[in-house]
Ligand binder design. Structure first.
Ligand code: 13P
Length: 255
């Protein structure tokens, strides 16, 4: 398999710094030497530094949940790519549906973030996905295409392999309603096709497409066995070490 599976935990707005250290310590103890799966934890900004101290020397990598596209300046409350790099983040989540919805982030703004992340050698985890209404009206693929093409505008073929995609159907996030394997694989294959059009087959074949939305140890094996599902972006089940570690093990077994 040319694409190594990736399991990323999006902790969202959960865990104080000391809670974060406790959680990541358990993760490192269980899978801190895993080499057959890439493991990434994305704590809130306030815990990036303390979490890195725990994962340093292990194979677990650090991700942030957001960034601002500008390098510096008068953007109260925001964080630049360089600031994240200085805290040893390797990944950054971009375009999550919660940011699109609650913070009105547009595809243009998300595109600026993707470009800023890549420029700073941060790997963007770019999230796309449809709402329930969009799925029911039959516009899932159109929505995903618009989001993906908008966000990847101007990304060179060389840098494209540093981008991780995440298909997160909005109706499956935090709801316990997971997409069926057929629904997920259909969209993943569609995304692979779009990436092939943008970057060519050799590059798109190397790019990872994660599934996100109520992924749990109980449903992971089936999803991860799909041809174009290369890992998971995990919300709720990443907040407890046991379920997160079980997901990493499921990814290792799915190879
Ligand atoms: P849940 O796993 O809680 O559904 O969240 C998924 C998600 O939004 C990850 O970014």
């Amino acid at each position: 398999m040319i694409r190594k599976k990736l399991i990323a935990g999006n902790w969202k707005m959960n865990k104080t710094s000391s809670d974060a250290v406790a959680l990541v310590s358990e993760i490192v103890a269980a899978v801190g030497r895993a080499t057959d799966v890439d493991v990434v934890v994305c704590p809130p900004f306030t815990s990036l530094e303390s979490v890195f101290k725990v994962i340093d020397g292990s194979t677990v990598k650090l991700g942030a949940q957001n960034l601002h596209p500008e390098a510096s300046g008068a953007y109260t409350g925001e964080t630049s790519a360089a600031m994240l790099r200085a805290l040893f983040a390797s990944y950054v989540i971009v375009g999550h549906s919660e940011r699109r919805t609650y913070f009105a982030e547009s595809d243009t703004f998300i595109n600026q973030k993707v470009l800023a992340a890549l420029k700073a050698q941060l790997k963007p985890i770019l999230c796309v996905g449809e709402t329930l209404g969009e799925r029911e009206s039959g516009s899932t693929l159109k929505v995903v295409q618009t989001q993906l093409e908008g966000a990847l505008e101007g990304v060179s073929k060389d840098l494209a392999t540093s981008v991780v995609l995440a298909y997160e159907p909005v109706w499956a996030i935090g709801t316990g309603k997971v997409a069926t394997t057929e629904q997920a694989q259909e969209v993943h294959a569609f995304i692979r096709g779009l990436l092939t059009k943008l970057f060519g087959a050799a590059t798109s074949g190397k790019m990872r497409i994660l599934y996100g939305g109520s992924m749990k140890p109980a449903n992971a094996a089936e999803l991860l066995a799909q041809k174009d599902i290369d890992g998971g972006l995990i919300g709720g089940a990443s907040l407890e070490s046991r379920s997160f570690v079980d997901l990493v093990k499921a990814a290792a077994a799915a190879k």
